[in-house]
Every structure is written in C-alpha cells, then in structure tokens.
Design a protein around this ligand. Structure first.
Ligand code: MN
Length: 340
C-alpha cells in the first residue's frame, strides 16, 4: 500500500489555483493575522512574506496587535513589519492576504479599514466559516492542522522553494496549533508535512527550546497564581481557571505568556470542557474554551458571540469576572449534563 500524504488535496489545489493570478510579481501586499498573533499566525505570515518576496512581490506585515516577542526569532531584516503604522500601512497596497482568520472582526482595530479596502482580499485559513470572511478569495480547509499547512500547500502548488527559514516558520505554525503534535488535528498529513519541513532544515530540538522552553520566570509565577484558582466539577467534567486584571503587570509578563494556560485545566482526568476566564479589567472578560472528546466548544462559544474550532474556541463577554464566570459555568454545566 502506498499513500502519498504530501499530495495537495484536490479542493485545496483548486482554491489555490484560483488565487494564483493575484500573486503576480511587483504587487505590494499587506499580510495580516488575528489579534494577539499566535505561532500559526506569526509562522504563516513570515513564511508567506519570504516566499512572496522571493517571487518579486513586495510584502509587509500589518497586524492589529504588536508582534509577540516570543516569535521574534521568526523575523529578520528581510521581513518588513509595519504593524506600528496601524491602518495607514494598508493605504498603498495592491493586495491583502489575511491568514488564520475566518471572521473579519478578528482583525480588531484594522477591521473597518479592511472592510473598506477595494483591492483584492485573499484569505488562507483553517477555522470554521463565519458570516463575514475578511476577503472574497478564500482558501479554507478545516481539515488542515494549521494555516501553516495551507501556506505549505500554496508553496507546493506555486512551485515555490521552501528555504530553511520558511520551513522553520511553517513548522512553528504546525507545532503550536497541534499542541506539539498532540491534539486531534495532528493528521497523518500534518506529520508528513512536518517531516518534509525537517528535511528542509528545521532543527526540532531548537524549535522546542525556542517555543516551549524559553519562558520568563514571571510566566511561571503567573501560572502559579492562575493554577491556584482552579475549580473542578467532577460530576460533569468541567474545569476552570481565572485570572485577575492586574496579573500581567504584577508579574511583568505579556498576554502571549498566557498561551496554553487553559491546557492545565483540560489536562485533568475526566475533564470534557476546560475554561479560562481572563478579566480584562474594564467590565470585559475573555473566555477560552477547550474540550476533549465530542464536546463542540465552537458551537458553545457562539452562544456568547465567540467561536473558533470544535475543540478550541474563544469569546469576549461584557460583565465582571464573577458575572461572566457564573453565566458561562452554568451554561457549560447544562450542556455537559445534557450530553453525558
Ligand atoms: Mn491556526
């Protein structure tokens, strides 16, 4: 039996063929991803920026929030990050490419400017479709483990070379979106592409060290505070963590240092849903939803105006920490009881 895992699935290939004419030499391209860019957003952006530059396009990164320091190692003199210019950086472009976003509102402060843009807008993404995508030319496939897998496919279909730097960026996206190749989105193809990236020059131990073993001490101290708030309802399989609004300042860490904190709640035996409540301070609470097994947290998060994936989603709710927590925990208990 032989299965060629690296073959680009036909529907993806067709979608990439459809955007290919937009990737013509000379175009000035803004590349953007969601608020609080993660490893997949940053990895997909830097990979695509380098590939476009190698083929005569003039890319710049324009994000709604500053580049996360922990992914500085993906940048370099050859990557132009114009995020600090805000929506001004979207003025003189020929093309916009939005990565890892299915809903235009995930562009935060850039949302209105992007809606108003008249240049072609492409989307490359692996989230569940939303009512308002950020563009009209869409390469979207929820079976991709990460947007980075789709950016890899763009390279394959376009016949573009994957340099060691590009491979490192793509690997970052795939590694982080699969929780270190552990989540259910770790498909055979995901690992086959990851293997290909190792063959292109990625050093897996170096990537592990940079991404998972370069924490500031404050991050671990913050984690200790957050873990102390743990609550578990064993009867329904619900675990949740909370964070006070001043916790980032107290430990001099950034929002990106919270990445993965909710996994500690999900790691408890018997947990079917894990929640992380982050009090933003101004009567807004950010909620992260994670699930194990069949529980669909995308559908659950949507009832609070959020969304994401079936096993990982988020929402922003108005209210105090205790109000939001009571509301969401009650609803989660009802859902979990009804699906036992
Ligand atoms: Mn992603």
């Amino acid at each position: 039996m032989s299965i060629d895992l690296l073959t680009v699935p036909p529907a993806r290939r067709a979608a990439i063929d459809a955007i290919a004419p937009h990737l013509a030499s000379g175009r000035r391209v803004a590349i953007s991803t969601h608020l609080n860019a993660d490893g997949d957003g940053c990895g997909s952006e830097t990979a695509l920026a380098r590939m476009l530059a190698a083929h005569g396009l003039v890319p710049r990164i324009v994000n709604p929030t500053p580049w996360p320091e922990m992914f500085d190692f993906l940048l370099g003199d050859d990557v132009n990050d114009q995020t600090s210019r805000g929506s001004k950086a979207l003025r003189d472009i020929d093309l916009l490419i939005v990565l890892d976003i299915s809903d235009v509102k995930r562009l935060g402060v850039l949302t209105e400017s992007v809606r108003a843009l008249t240049v072609p807008k492409l989307v490359i993404d692996h989230h569940i479709d939303s009512d308002e995508p950020a563009g009209s030319f869409v390469v979207s496939d929820t079976s991709a483990c990460a947007t980075a897998e789709l950016v890899y496919d763009v390279a394959v279909v376009m016949g573009w070379t994957i340099t060691p730097d590009i491979a490192r960026s793509l690997y970052t996206g795939m590694l982080t979106d699969t929780g270190g190749f552990r989540f259910s989105n770790t498909s055979p193809r995901c690992l086959a592409v990851a293997a290909q990236l190792l063959a292109c020059g990625v050093d897996p131990e170096d990537m592990y060290t940079r991404i998972y073993a370069s924490a500031p001490a404050g991050r671990v101290r913050l984690m200790a505070d957050v873990l102390a708030t743990l609550q578990v309802d064993e009867a329904v399989g619900l675990s949740w963590l909370s964070m006070a609004p001043d916790a980032l300042e107290k430990h001099t860490v950034r929002a990106e240092d919270l990445d993965g904190i909710v996994e500690h709640a999900r790691s408890i035996a018997g947990t079917r849903m894990a929640l992380f409540f982050r009090d933003l301070g101004h009567a807004k609470v950010k909620v992260s939803f994670r699930s194990t097994g069949a529980t669909d947290v995308n559908a659950f998060a949507r009832q609070f105006g959020g969304g994401g994936h079936a096993k990982a989603a988020g929402a922003l709710l108005a209210g105090t920490l205790s109000e939001v927590r009571d509301q969401v925990v009650d609803a989660a208990r009802r859902l979990l009881r009804s699906t036992t």
